[in-house]
Design a protein around this ligand. Sequence first.
Ligand SMILES: Cc1cc2nc3c(=O)[nH]c(=O)nc-3n(C[C@H](O)[C@H](O)[C@H](O)COP(=O)(O)OP(=O)(O)OC[C@H]3O[C@@H](n4cnc5c(N)ncnc54)[C@H](O)[C@@H]3O)c2cc1C
Length: 486
Amino acid sequence: MPITSRVGRVLEKGAPEGPRKGLAGWKRSINSHEAFTHDSIDSLGYDWERISNPKIEPRFPFKVYLPQTTEDVIRVVKEVKQLGEKLTIRANGHSSNGLVLNEGGAVMLTEKLGDLIEIDEENLTATVQGGAVSATIDDALAQKNLGLPVIGDHNHVTVGGFASVGGISPASHRFGLFVDNVVELELVNWDGELTKCSRQENSELFHKVLGGLGREGVIATLKLRIIRVDKYSTVLKNHQKHYRKVNDFIKASGNRLRQPGDAQYERGVWINLPMKGGRLLTLGQFSAYHPTSQSPYKARRDKMAYNVLHSLGYVAGKLPDKLDRAVKTAGQLGVIFSPKWATGKNVEFFADKVLDATVGEPARMFIILAPLDEYDELFHKGYQMMLDFRERYGCFSLVSVYVKSIRSAFLAGGGTKNQYSEMMFFNGITDKMTPEILEEVAVALDDLTIEHGAFRYMHTRTSKDPQRLRKIDPNSQYQTPAGDQG
Ligand SMILES: Cc1cc2nc3c(=O)[nH]c(=O)nc-3n(C[C@H](O)[C@H](O)[C@H](O)COP(=O)(O)OP(=O)(O)OC[C@H]3O[C@@H](n4cnc5c(N)ncnc54)[C@H](O)[C@@H]3O)c2cc1C
């Protein structure tokens, strides 16, 4: 018999099961957005696009549903169907591609579908409701020296949202995408029928739902693979390298993404930041976190360094404007010059706790998921493309590229070529950006992606053209091609 513990409704936001040494303090200082709260009714008119365009007009739904149980979800879906309406599913709205907006229509919030239902320690699985926040689940698992293999670097990302887009972490070279770690799920389809599916049972549906952007229905529950790990105490050593020339960065990061050795986590970043007087600050770094012998000295160094970085993140947005910018710059430097010793938890939540994305100048992400053997060329072309747009229109300030390695059966689509890379272009947006230029950037990036047999990460801005979307969406590999539907 598997050893299971039923944990029930312990995961209301920010309320993990009892405190654990080192955990309570970390949770207390966990990043929350300075600029707005997810829990306000006002936020329902936006997705994450508002961070790139603070003046954007809201697109409010007419009706909002707040189910708490699978039975509630079924009731909602049946009611909406009977009324002949379209239902949009919204978790915490971290996507920026219009996926969770339904102006004048009906939106289902997964906010109250947040329970951790069961931990099966023998089979190493955890069953959760679709709206659960992955960081909260991870904290509850940490009480038992367990954890999620792949977790977003941001507190409020939900398991249902992650399962619907993919889910990447600096450990994705070991564990794949979040969707690769979903063992089973329960879906309420648009007729209000509940179906259980997995790789063995109803596998066609299972694969359509994962990375499916909520198109197949509502993910009510998920059974997730978990691992034995101590993310809060075990210290790793950061083998960090810096680069002044972009070609050196591309070559070295490509090699390290392809051959991570025993790195437990790894990631790189290249930044190109215009400075006063027309100068450019260009710099890259790659961090690979390897196992190391444990000692009180290393634990102290981790604690001290991250306390400083987290306090920069904590005060960002709370200070007078000029000082705020200086603090944010210091935070950015903290990302470039990362501490030598770090616990897994500090690696996973590094950028988020140091830099609140909602503070400072508007910014936007565009992400490509590329086969690793296309990495060097695609990085070069994508980066050059962003610089060209900046030159031509002045629409970007900072142009930066964050990279990770992903070994994913989901992306491989049943094939054997499973080595991919994430290239996240994270750019500052100026007031010269217009909807037309944005569409031009999205189309150009989609076309580059298609040219190299890559995918886009669909929660970030893509073009709206159905033909392009079919080619860039990794989930298309699991959909029946149009015309083959019988
Ligand atoms: C600051 C920040 C940090 C981030 N860090 C990471 C990261 O480290 N790694 C990474 O991979 N991504 C990251 N993301 C992106 C994030 O994973 C996506 O935005 C993702 O969509 C999850 O966000 P969400 O839970 O708020 O989902 P939403 O944005 O609300 O929803 C996303 C999609 O999922 C669908 N959906 C949500 N719940 C369900 C459900 N229960 N059933 C069916 N469909 C559902 C929605 O309809 C929509 O199509 C980050 C985003 C931000 C803003």
